[in-house]
Each structure stands twice: as C-alpha cells, then as structure tokens.
Design a binder for this molecule. Sequence first.
Ligand code: VG1
Ligand code: CO
Length: 543
Amino acid sequence: MEQLTVATTPIEGQKPGTSGLRKKTRVFMQPHYLENFVQAIWTAIGGVQGKTLVLGGDGRYFNDRAAQVILRMAAAGGAARVIVGQGAILSTPAASNLIRQRQTDGGIIMSASHNPGGIDADFGVKFNTPNGGPAPEDVTNRIYEATTKLTAYEILESQDIDLSTLGETRLGDMVVEVVDPVVDYAALMEQLFDFDAIARLIAGGFTLRFDAMHAVTGPYAKAILEDRLGAAPGSVMNATPQPDFGGGHPDPNPIWAKPLVDLVMGPDAPDFAAASDGDGDRNMILGRGVYVTPSDSLAVLAANAHLAPGYADGLKGVARSMPTSRAVDRVAVARGLDCYETPTGWKFFGNLLDAGRATLCGEESAGTGSDHVREKDGLWAVLLWLNILAVTGRSVAETMQTHWAEFGRNYYTRHDYEALDKQLAEGLMNGLRVRLPDLPGQVFAGRRVAQADEFAYDDPVDGSHSAGQGLRVVFEGGARVVFRLSGTGTEGATLRVYLEDFVDDPARLDMAPETALADVVAAADQIAGIRTTTGRDGPDVTT
Ligand code: VG1
Ligand code: CO
C-alpha cells in the first residue's frame, strides 16, 4: 500500500458551527473537501500518530464513502487503531460512550444531525475530544485555522475496508476494529435505569411508540424497547435507517414528526410516544393528548431523575442553554441545585460535566442528556421518562399537571425563519444589537422591557470567554424573547426567535401556548421588525 501526499490548497468556509462542519453533501463530495477538513482535524489535535479513535455516523448518504476516506487518512497519519461501528454506523451518544469507555483519543462523527440526508441534502463531520464531547471552541478554532493553511494531506492508497463484519482487520499498520454499534450503549442504559420496572409497566398494558424517523436510532430502539423491555413488535416505527431518511427531515418536532403527534392526539393514542433525530441525540416526548416541550421535559427530568437508579444519589447541578426556558431553574431553586446557563450547543456543557458541577443538561432544541456521556442522548431521555412513569404510576399528562402545579409553568415556543438572505438576517440582528441599550422602559404589545443585552459566557471551569451568543430581551414579570442566528444551517441564514412567559396562577396553567404567548410574540415582532424586514408572514417552523 502506498502512502500518498496530495497537494491541496485551503478551501474557504470550513469553519465548524454549533456542531461541527455542516455543508451540502455535494460540497463535501468535491475533490479534497473532506480530506482537507480531516487533515485540519489531525493538525489541530497534534496529529494521530499512535492514537486510537472512534468512527461512526448516522448512515446518511456519503457516510460509507466518507468513512473509507477518514480511515485511510487515519492510517496515513499513523493512528494505531480506529474503532468503527458496523457499517460505519454509530449514533452520536453511542460514539460518545465508546470514546469514553475505550479511553480513546477522541473520535469522528459523520452526521448533519436533524438536517435531511441525500446527495442534494446535507452532510457533516464533527470531532469529539477524549472526554467524549464535541470539541470545545479552542479546538474548533484550531481546526478552522488549520483549514486556512493547508498545503497537502496524507492518505493511504488502498481498497475499501470491509466494515460489515465484526472484528479486527488491518489497514497498513493500523488496526480497524469493527464493533456492534448497539451492544455497549444498551449495556450502559441498563446500568442507569430500572429495566425491570419499565418492563413490568409495559407488561401491564402500557403502550408506547418510538419514531426512529428512518434514522440511526432504529436498531438501538428496537434492541432496547422491543427486545429487552418487551414493547410490542412494531412499537418502533420507521426503524430501518435509510441514507435519505425516507425523504424526510429527521427532526423530532411537531412539524417533522407530525404523524406521531397526530397519533397521540387521536383516538388510538398510545400511553407514551417519542422520536429521535438523524444521529440519535435529540428527543421529543409525547403522551396521550400531550406534547411535552423540550424545556419542560428537562425540568421534569431534573425534578424526578432520582427515581432512576443511575441518579438515586441526586444531582450535582443542572445546566441549560441560554435560549432554553427557565423551567429547570425553578426546579433548581426548589431543590437547592446549582443551575448554569451556557451558550447554544452541547460543547459548552462538557466542562461542567467533566468537573462534576452538573449532572443533567438540556437545550430547547430537543436535546437532553447527563454525565453518562458527553453528548445529548435521545433514547436516554426516553428511558428516563419511562423509568419515572414506571415509578410514579402517572400518565404523561398527569406528570405535567403535577409539575406545573408545584413549580409553575414556563410557556414556551420557538419561531424559525429559514433560508433568509444572509445579509438581511445579519442586518436585522445588527440593527437590533445597537438598539438594545434603548429598549429598557419601552413598551411593546403591552409588555415593558426590563432588561436587554447580548449574551456572553464565561466558562466557570476553564475561564474561556464566548461572546455574541444571542440577543435577549426580558420583560417585567419575567417574559423573555431571545433572537439568534442558527449555526447549523446550510442554506442562507436561519433566524431563531425564542419566546417564553412564566405563569403560576393555578387558573392559567392549562392554556394553549400560542394563546399564552400571543402578546410576547407580537412584542418580539415589533422590537425586531421581523415581518417588515424579512417580508415573511410568519415563521417557517414553530416548535
Ligand atoms: C441547533 C440547536 C442547538 C443544537 C444544535 C446541534 O443549533 O439550536 O441547540 O445544539 O442544533 O444539534 P443552531 O445553531 O442551528 O441553533 V444536533 O442534534 O443538530 O447535533
Ligand atoms: Co442531532
């Protein structure tokens, strides 16, 4: 086998966003594109000589080809071993688990998460550090810097490696170890949760549905929910991963998982339903007649996690991303827990988890997780919910009523304006940024602004500073609007508007969120001039 040094030049725009580098698949398929980025990762981590890495992805189009390239480049860089999920498949949390469990030097996850897959859709590559978590900003900055200076990359010339058979093979001097993607992850779940209690609940007639959305969690959910916990065959829907996710967006929210939401709102509703995303790190929780907003789900899990064996000793603290509703803060206050507010993106939770300051973390974008891995974890959230329901004997609806009665309710919704012209979206944000100091005291749609600022984060563990993390406007009485541009989109710009209001009047806990938040929505539009600037009548996606 020959080792090649291929001359290349820097490719513009290889800057990792909220979660790795995401681009159109065809962009990734351009000559040198993937290779350049992988070489930049190697540079940023001081090379891969003698190192052990984990590799896997969500199975989307180009996953298999990219895996072969990454393996050849790891071998060329002198890596000792790469642990690969069979078929180059690993869910993001399973990859995080393997990186930690096998004490590796990190790993590469091939995914564009909830973005659609296919040759005309999206692809992505992300590096995770030895703690199992997404590379923090200093590493992603180094990766980006390396992409701007590349002159060559190293790759081994070889035939494709067979990734369909479990066991060890060699690529040059490097060992390629193909592992079952599900086994270790399922074993971890069994340690954290009372599988017997959940199995008894299900045996007693409790029904559930899990929508894998033709994405990576199908095999995981079937193995755990159906095979181990006894859910009826077929409880896991859309269970076979497909390179284009069946043509849909593998995004577990009421828009893209509408059939599941319709099911729980209809006459044949199961007791519990859930969905996960392309790479298995997100979750949506539903019960008969109810959709649980992700921010509420985080709060419920924080309030009840001690009911599961893995968390029986209580929580060290909780953390949420800034735009996530402050429902979990109320639980933290009531239970005497530290509560951290971080920028958007799981990479910001890593230090808090490593330092033992937080046990549970969550984001409004349907991400919840704990210190069991260093990624958010969709199936984990589903199992924690099931464990809690098994212990309390309550339905999902009763769980929410009980929670709101105790802690009050943070009504919450997010409005996304997608594929906006980039300059226009940046102009809107810049215009608003300069007006922030003038907002306090002004009244919009009957709401008086108490405070307005741009969020920045000082990491309490390593002291790193992250600026420009979203514009927030807080109103008297506790309502809040946050404006942010997405860092995962691959087309133009996506404006996210996060809307929240707190209510603890027992008579007002049962409103429709769009009613409860109507004037906050109106205030947000007046403040930012969204309709006039974008020319849009309303958001493309409401979650
Ligand atoms: C979005 C979400 C963020 C999440 C990120 C990655 O980022 O808002 O909360 O961590 O996606 O999730 P942005 O920058 O587009 O708002 V995943 O499941 O796509 O890896
Ligand atoms: Co994801």
